[in-house]
Design a protein around this ligand. Sequence first.
Ligand code: RFL
Ligand code: PHB
Length: 389
Amino acid sequence: MRTQVAIIGGGPSGLLLSQLLNKAGIETVVLERQSREHVLSRIRAGVLERGTVDLLNQAGAGDRMAREGHPHHGCYLSSDQQMIRVDFQEACGQTVMVYGQTEVTRDLYEAQDALGATHIHGVENVVLHDLKTDSPYVTWDKDGQTHRLDTDFIAGCDGFHGVSRRSIPDDVRREYEKVYPFGWLGVLSETPPVCDELIYANHPRGFALASMRNPMLSRYYIQVPLTDKVEDWSDEAFWAELKARLPTGVAANLVTGPSIEKSIAPLRSFVSEPLRWGALFLCGDAAHIVPPTGAKGLNLATSDVHYLSQALLAYYGTNDSSGLDGYSHQALARIWKAMRFSWSVTTMMHRFPEHSDYDQQMQRVELDMLATDPTARKLFAQNYTGVPL
Ligand code: RFL
Ligand code: PHB
């Protein structure tokens, strides 16, 4: 079997890349470890930057998002009882789109089906071979047989636990990592959102986030110690803790109900450099992880895909390989900006076990600057809605 671009991983990065390339007549094969149903059952991101929305439209996968997504013109940061609104439109002329990653992924799978793109699910033991030669190939096991795919390039879109990043030799790869001493407990519930915009809450009991998917589907998170297990948290205990962390006036409007999903995600900042090794190019969570506080993970994955798809189009269109040569440098410049923003919002909003009164004062003054200084709000809004591609 032969293709032009082998794509490892059928999450949002892999599907979007495959879609953009197929639309331009470049052949791809997507190899995904899980079933399509499993990929579509993962509840993750909820906030899309303008650039991500544009890219989904360009990929021909934006129609349902235009009908069912919710443009947001601002968000709130709360500091104990104080509500600080950042008006994105006023601060930087941009908006974001609230539309779940699950829906993005579903739309991309449907767009791929319409183009007749090739996806192979249930692959095991994927191995990347001869990456530094002109004839790289991929092997995997399925149904008791080993299969082989010869290819020009390989896109590693297989997330943080995938095989692609680890195929770059240890002495070439440089990793930067910061692990935070807490996680987020997330709950999805079929209840009306407590507020019509997102609220990021800084509270002495810990961080909380009130988010949403649509007018009858809420997504809430609370900061929890890494030692907590999902089983430790009944729905009642979750709602009580969330209420305690939101400003009293907001908490009074909270509608509670049974959770339809509940999970804990640890928080981490991570970058692996370079993004290219011979024929292999890394995109999305395979190369970097941000803590979810800045809503950047999915958006960074799509910006990587934008740069890589442009580079591949130039290569196949006019034999111009400068985009491929510059991919790692170009994508990393944007990745590090999102790393800084995600780290700074995480640091400003959470309770850290080691934080002193001094650190608490630093949080207070940063929030106060956002409340009082239009320049501080502009910088926040520019980063939240996404630095230009
Ligand atoms: P994914 O989504 O992890 O997909 C990788 C795919 O590769 C498959 N795979 C393999 N396939 C073949 N062979 C192997 N050896 C393989 N190993 C793995 C996996 O099964 C999977 O299908 O990575 P991708 O495509 O790069 O997408 C990244 C995003 O999923 C991620 O950055 C976001 O979800 C992060 N994120 C958020 N991002 C935002 O932009 N805005 C948000 O509001 C936001 N909220 C969040 C988030 C992530 C969260 N969690 C759970 C980590 C909220 C949470 C709670
Ligand atoms: C979500 O709705 O899941 C969500 C929204 C904003 C974030 C993180 C997660 O910063």
